[in-house]
Design a protein around this ligand. Sequence first.
Ligand code: ADP
Length: 482
Amino acid sequence: MTTSPLLNDTQGYIAGRWVGAASGRTLEVINPATGETLARVPDMGAEETTAAVEAAAAAMRTTPSLEQRRAWLAAIASAHLENKNELASLITLENGKPLKEAAVEVEYAAGFYSHFARQLHHLEPRPLPELIRGLRWTVHHRPAGVAGLITPWNFPLAMLAKKLAAALAGGCAVVAKPAELTPLSVIALWKLLEWIGFAPGWLNLVIGRPEPIGQVFCTHPAVRVVSFTGSTAVGKRLLAQSAPHVKRLALELGGNAPFIVFADADLELAAEALIANKFRAGGQTCVCANRIFVQQSVMDAFAPAVAQRVAKLRVGDGLEEGVDIGPLISGAAFEKVRLHVEDALAHGAQCVLGGIPAHGGKAWGNYFPPTVLKGLRQPEMLAMREETFGPVIGLATFDSEEQVIAQANGTPYGLAAYVFTSSAERARRVAAGLRFGHVGINTGAGPTPEAPFGGMKESGLGREGGVEGLFEFCETQTVAEG
Ligand code: ADP
């Protein structure tokens, strides 16, 4: 069991009180590096979620001023930074990522609260400059209603920050549901939120198996926005469940990111960027490169440049000094990565480094060796059709610009893409041709709080960050005065 000063209450939080599951049932939270039970958390369901939604709806009878929202957001950003080490170690304990990455995640999360604190002027009422039809017109941005937030395990605090910061900025009370695999860092955050002091009902936390909680979010009339980050399969299910109730959904779903290296690129830069991008969270991010297209003539130079760097990465318990890659989140995640590598090799790919480990997937300690494969082909190989979500680099070749744009777009997903070339002209052309919401040119950098981020096609609906992320939680209301 873990002992943290922020985890006196490993419970949910409804209407300003820490509460357990009405059924008394609990779920275990496991350290993926060791198999140790870190804590038991309540397995809450529809009853508790309904109570949380109703508490949030009651809180929203008073709309907080923009000044009040600004103060909340600034206080939450500070709470992250002041408790960075404690929050980071909880992330590492429950998620497995290296501690240095967990600390960066806490800072990144804090960035969303500070960012939205600076965006509130966009919510001032906007009078139209002229009398129209003899009337005075004003556009208001009203809080949309109770927001249901569903977040994944790969960035427990950062994915929540994108939603919670925007919801509070928009004036919405929330019910948050963290991933059941990683609720502890979020519970710790709730302790900090309690210390900041919010009126009861503004911030509710429910923890449990996802289906009953998601069902209430999608059907309760007070919930007006469901903001979800996770798999495309679950995103589609939420869309279907909420369709009869015409709710607004903000969906950040799966990706299948192409990483394109043209022959005229700086290959050392591209290799460095690929490592930084690909191995963040052990390759378990929806923006990490999944299909690496290398122009035929430079493959023999690029593959060893990548392999040399990958060979230096250290795998181990994220709490240990010097570790670059932690365990995968679960035995199921390990099996998926193994299947992708096996399938690629069976279809003719060659192993440059790593490969399938002698030990199989286990319930814990799922350390997959960082692996480099070449000779990948789309669409026949599973690793090109679906996100591998693990530390595997699969290199494929291409001949022409036109061909690689078609290959990159040849997926139902459209989240992130990366292009490496020394030609500015080509970079512009390729970016315009890619149907992806985020495009990196000569960089593997992912999203930042200041810019809108989100997917095209089956990678999602709506945007997070930027100004766009704020408007996901607002309803536009036009008032015409006679
Ligand atoms: P991943 O493959 O990243 O685990 P999921 O989509 O399964 O992605 O999970 C992301 C989040 O969605 C988690 O908080 C999970 O509990 C939640 N979730 C999973 N299934 C459902 C569902 N049917 N309804 C609502 N939330 C769900």
